[in-house]
Ligand binder design. Sequence first.
Ligand SMILES: [Zn+2]
Length: 185
Amino acid sequence: MQEPTHILTGVIIQKSFEGVKNRKLAFGLTAVAAFLSHGFLDKLANLTYHPPKPDFHSPVWVGYHSFIAAATVVFAVLWWKRFKWGIIFACLPDVDWIFIHGREIVNWLFQVHVDFYAHPYLHMADGYIWEHVPPLSIVAHLLDRLPSLRQDPLACAFEFLLIAVLLLVLKLITMGQRPRNTIAS
Ligand SMILES: [Zn+2]
């Protein structure tokens, strides 16, 4: 999925564990759940517009990804200060692409063949857990049957719908956590 979706999920996960009194435990639970959320959401990515290669000649691709980049900045600015741990772990596997695309750029710029970080290792680790650890593996195998709409620009609607649902969930959690007004006597 796109970064705003991962950021928002990290925020919701960290917020959900705010009630845990032991801060280290809350941090650990946030880190594990947020990391695993990335693998889950990336399995749903088949339902969204997500071509494997960038297409800088397509106005639709460029427009959509510019919008996503702007939304990423807005979401990060909004929630980084309070929910950085959830955000870091929810987005962590995408560090893979920094290394992989960084290596491709270095190879192209200097006409070399650096083989460093040849595979998306963090995604592979996350995916391995989803594929092999029950009950996650049961969910993963069901999600694997989803049709692939990655090439269909209209499928970006599913990403927007998911973001809308996540924003609603965040709103409901926030309302639920708000301390009740005490009646002044
Ligand atoms: Zn990813």
